[in-house]
Design a binder for this molecule. Structure first.
Ligand code: GLU
Length: 474
């Protein structure tokens, strides 16, 4: 048997982290078994479905690299098929027309609630033989009235629900449009799905859907209902907790492999392994190690994984991402600047590409001030002479690319007979405007001679203005 799974989002918003995790698990299960993974857009709710959301889902899936087999299926293109099967169920007396008014159903519901019963349709029209074409009639499925439905859920174990708990589900609205529980069964049946892996908010639908499969003469697929994702405060993950759309993570400078690695561990485990490449996940994924308990979203862990995957990533690729980010920040990158050298400099110090761009900003723009705390500590009168010495020696270099810039700094340290920090710290503050950062020689190599000298001149002017009495103290 070829394993076939699907992801079946309703296009009513962005691709949510929870949806992406469901998609990933379905995709992994198919890829692990050398099977097929389908993408189906459940767009029958025409009021809430939008083109933009379809696009957002496709973008999110493609950014994560969750490729699907075959064409994307849109439910709105399958109305004839749903119609055909609704008719079939009516013809076989497995469904019937119902004209119960909203008011009647509401009153029934109130009565049942008052009596402490579960609200359910009482079957008034089940034997009324209401003819086709009756205005306002919906179609209801004749759910079996005796026996029970039992299925094995790959996450929750065996589940049994008595048919007496299930009422006659509406499968077509008065305007003829089919409802979710019906379309999902028809599609999964027609598309030959062997495994339905979805959020556990659908678990109550499953027994009803299984009855529909039987009525249509089909074998139900296997099911795995994945627990939901909670925010750090234990409530259901929502916008309040920060970014919930997958593409927001792309915008925020995360790498797709880090988000995938994060998502696979959100509700699934393989011993205590934390790092999973795409290949590892495909090799190791199974349904039996999906946790039964809800998972908690943890941004620190995502950041940790992103940092890890940034360090594994190719510099050229990161340079491309960095260039895009800098462009978004309105920063011009000089055409002769080697961005992979910039990446190399910041790779181990950045959490995301955006963080890297923020840290590297001083390389591309003139600095227009010094970090106040660092300035107070470092730009003392004693910084003036090291800065002047550095300026003079660095300005005199003939072949900057070949120069041993570290040796120049060491030369100043030696000649002035001071500790390394007395030279290195003012230099870093002069070059970056910050008290900490990567190695000075590496920064200067990227900045080039002209910028380096210009920044030293500016720092010298700045410190000299602060200490007008000082000629060159140490
Ligand atoms: N369209 C449904 C949703 O977005 C999913 C249905 C399913 O996976 O069976 O919740």
């Amino acid at each position: 048997m070829t394993v076939k799974t699907r992801f079946a989002p309703s296009p009513t918003g962005v691709l949510h982290i929870g949806g992406a995790r469901t998609a990933l698990f379905s995709w992994l299960y198919a890829r692990h078994h050398g099977g097929q993974f389908a993408l189906r857009i459940e767009d029958t709710d025409r009021e809430r479905s939008t083109e933009a959301s379809v696009q957002a889902i496709l973008d999110g899936m493609s950014w994560l690299g969750l490729d699907h087999d075959g064409e994307v299926v849109f439910q709105t293109q399958r109305f004839n098929r749903y119609q055909e099967l609704i008719q079939q169920l009516l013809d076989e007396d497995k469904a019937y027309y119902c004209t119960c008014s909203k008011e009647r159903l509401e009153a029934l519901r109130e009565q049942q609630m008052a009596a402490g019963e579960k609200p359910r349709y009482d079957g008034k029209c089940r034997h009324a033989k209401i003819p086709p074409g009756t205005p306002g009639a919906v179609v209801r499925f004749k759910n079996p009235t005796t026996g029970s439905v039992t299925f094995h859920d790959h996450v929750r174990g065996d589940i049994t629900v008595s048919n007496s708990e299930l009422d006659d589900l509406i499968i077509a609205r008065a305007d003829g449009t089919p409802t979710y529980n019906f379309t999902v069964v028809v599609d999964d049946m027609d598309m030959g799905m062997t495994h339905v892996i979805r959020g556990d908010d659908h678990i109550n639908n499953t027994p009803r859907q299984i009855n529909l499969y039987h009525a249509l003469g089909a074998q139900p697929p296997e099911f795995a209902h994945v627990p939901m994702i909670l925010g750090e405060d234990g409530t259901r993950l929502s916008k309040r907790h920060g970014a919930v759309g997958v593409m927001q993570y792309a915008e925020d400078g995360y790498l797709p492999e880090a988000v995938l690695n994060y998502l696979v561990r959100l509700g699934w485990s393989h011993g205590d392994q934390e790092i999973f490449s795409r290949e590892d996940m495909i090799k190791l994924f199974d349904l039996k190690n999906i946790n039964r308990a809800p998972s908690i979203f943890n941004t620190d862990k995502l950041n940790w994984l992103n940092q890890y995957w940034m360090q594994q990533a190719d510099n050229q690729r990161l340079a491309g991402l960095l260039a895009k980010r800098l462009q978004k920040m309105g920063i011009d990158v000089p055409s002769d600047m080697d961005l992979s050298a910039v990446v190399d400099l910041f790779k181990t110090r950045s959490v995301t590409i955006n963080d890297m761009a923020g840290q590297a900003r001083f390389l591309f723009e003139d600095i227009n001030g010094y970090d106040a705390k660092a300035e107070k500590k470092i730009f003392k009168a004693s910084a003036l002479e090291p800065l002047r010495q550095l300026r003079e020696r660095l300005a005199g270099i003939e072949d900057w690319p070949q120069a041993d810039l570290h040796a120049v700094i060491e030369g100043v340290v030696r000649d002035l007979g001071v500790g390394f920090g007395k030279v290195g710290q003012p230099l870093r503050l002069a070059l970056t405007g910050q008290g900490s950062g990567p190695a000075n020689d590496a920064i200067m190599r990227i900045l080039g001679q002209e910028q380096t000298v210009r920044r030293l001149d500016r720092a010298i002017r700045h410190v000299a203005a602060k200490f007008p009495q000082t000629s060159s103290p140490l």
